[in-house]
Design a protein around this ligand. Structure first.
Ligand code: TYM
Length: 347
C-alpha cells in the first residue's frame, strides 16, 4: 500500500516560495494522483492514504523567540496556507503533529536506538549549533531528526515528498528503520522513498543566490511569502540581488542569483527556462524582473485571497484539524501497538 507523509514547521505564519515550490506543488500532485488511484481500489483496507502534517513539535526546537500565543496562531495559519494552496481534507489527512501523541512515544523508542554520534553528524544540526553557544543547545535540537523519523515510520510511510534540504534526514530515517529491524528481528517498516521536485527546485534567498530561502533569515527581503501583497512581491523582486553581467542567461554556478529568479519565474509561469532566457537574453534586468514579479503575482495572489477567506473562518480550519487528528490517531495508535509489542512494552 502506498502511504505518503510530509510536514512543515509552523515557525512562521505563512509558507514561503521555497516551501511552495520545494514541497507543496508535489503534495498537490500526489493528493490528486492517489485520490484517482483509490477510485479503482475496491477494498477499504487497501486504499492508499496521504497525510500532511503541521509539525509543531519540531518547531519547539527553534521557537525560543516566539510566544506560546504566536505559536498557537501560527499552527492555524499554516493549516490555512495548506488549504488555500489546494490541500483537500476530503482527500488527505491534514493534521497537527502534537494532537497525535504517538509521535512523541515513538520518538522515545527511537531515541534509545540512535547513537549520539549519528545525530552529531547531521549537517543541519552542525549549522544550527554554530549559531548557538553550547549551554543553549537543547536535547530537542539534537534529537530533531529522530522525531522526523518517528513521523514517517509511525505511519509505515512509503513516500515522502520534501525539498532537497531534507535528504540527509531521510537517509537517517532509513537507517533508524534498519537498526530497529536488526534489534527486534522483524521487518515492520517499509523503506521510505524521498520524492524531490522534478528539477530539484531548491529555491534560494533573494538576497544571496547561494543560500536557501528560509523562514529564519532575518531579512524579510530574502523571501516571498504566500501572504505577501502584490506591491510587496514587486518591491522584493525589484530589490532582489542580481549581477553586473548584461542580459539574462541560465548558469547556476556563475550567476546563481539570476538562475534563481529564472527557476522561480519558470515554475510560476509554467514556461520552460530556455524559453524565458530566449525572450530576455538581450533585455535589461529590470524588464526581466517585471516578468518575474508578474508571474509570481498571478500565481500567488489567488492563493492569498483564499488565505484571507479561511482567516475569516477560523472555525472551519479548527474543525479540519480536529477531524484530521482523529483519523491520524487511528492509524498511528494501531501501528504504535504493533511496535510496542515488538519492543516488549505494555499498551
Ligand atoms: P521545513 O518546515 O523547513 O520546510 C517544509 C518543506 O519545504 C521545503 N523547503 C524548501 N524547498 C526548496 N527550497 C527551499 N528554499 C526550501 N525551504 C524549505 C523543505 O524541504 C520541506 O519539504 N524537517 C522538516 C519538517 C518535517 C518533515 C517530517 C518533513 C518534520 N517531520 C516528516 C517530511 C516528513 C522541515 O524542517 O521542513
Amino acid at each position: 500500500n502506498v502511504r505518503v507523509f510530509s510536514g512543515m514547521q509552523p515557525t512562521s505564519d505563512a509558507l514561503h516560495l521555497g516551501n511552495y515550490l520545494g514541497a507543496m506543488q508535489n503534495w498537490l500532485k500526489l493528493q490528486d494522483m492517489i485520490c484517482k488511484e483509490n477510485e479503482t481500489v475496491q477494498n477499504e483496507r487497501d486504499k492508499h492514504s496521504v497525510l500532511f502534517s503541521i509539525v509543531d513539535l519540531h518547531s519547539l526546537t527553534s521557537t525560543k523567540s516566539i510566544s506560546p500565543k504566536t505559536l498557537r496562531s501560527n499552527i492555524e495559519s499554516v493549516a490555512t496556507n495548506y488549504l488555500a494552496c489546494g490541500i483537500d481534507p476530503d482527500k488527505v489527512i491534514l493534521f497537527n503533529q502534537s494532537m497525535v501523541p504517538a509521535h512523541s512515544e515513538l520518538t522515545w523508542i527511537f531515541n534509545c536506538i540512535t547513537s549520539i554520534g549519528k545525530l552529531n553528524n547531521m549537517i543541519q544540526f552542525k549549522e544550527k549549533k554554530r549559531s548557538e553557544d553550547n549551554d543553549n543547545i537543547s536535547c530537542g535540537l539534537l534529537s530533531y531528526p529522530v522525531l522526523m523519523a518517528a513521523d514517517i515510520l509511525l505511519y509505515r510511510t512509503t513516500h515522502v515528498p520534501v525539498g532537497e534540504d531534507q535528504r540527509q534526514h531521510l537517509e537517517l530515517t532509513r537507517k533508524i528503520a534498519q537498526i530497529f529491524h536488526n534489534q527486534y528481528k522483524t521487518k515492520i517498516f517499509p523503506t521510505p522513498i524521498t520524492l524531490n521536485p522534478v528539477h530539484s527546485k531548491k529555491i534560494m534567498s533573494l538576497n544571496d543566490g547561494t543560500c536557501k530561502m528560509s523562514k529564519s533569515d532575518p531579512s524579510e527581503f530574502s523571501r516571498i511569502m504566500l501572504t505577501d501583497t502584490d506591491a510587496q512581491i514587486k518591491s522584493k523582486i525589484k530589490k532582489a540581488k542580481t549581477d553586473t553581467i548584461t542580459g539574462i542567461s541560465f548558469d547556476p554556478s556563475t550567476r546563481p542569483d539570476v538562475a534563481n529568479l529564472l527557476v522561480i519565474a519558470s515554475s510560476m509561469s509554467g514556461q520552460p527556462i530556455a524559453d524565458i532566457v530566449n525572450e530576455f537574453s538581450n533585455k535589461p534586468t529590470s524588464v526581466f524582473k517585471e516578468f518575474v514579479s508578474d508571474s509570481v503575482i498571478s500565481h500567488v495572489s489567488p492563493i492569498r485571497e483564499k488565505i484571507d477567506y479561511y482567516k475569516a473562518h477560523p472555525k472551519k480550519v479548527q474543525e479540519v484539524l480536529y477531524k484530521g487528528a482523529e483519523k491520524a490517531n487511528i492509524i498511528a495508535n494501531g501501528n504504535l501497538k504493533k511496535i510496542k509489542d515488538l519492543v516488549g512494552l505494555y499498551h
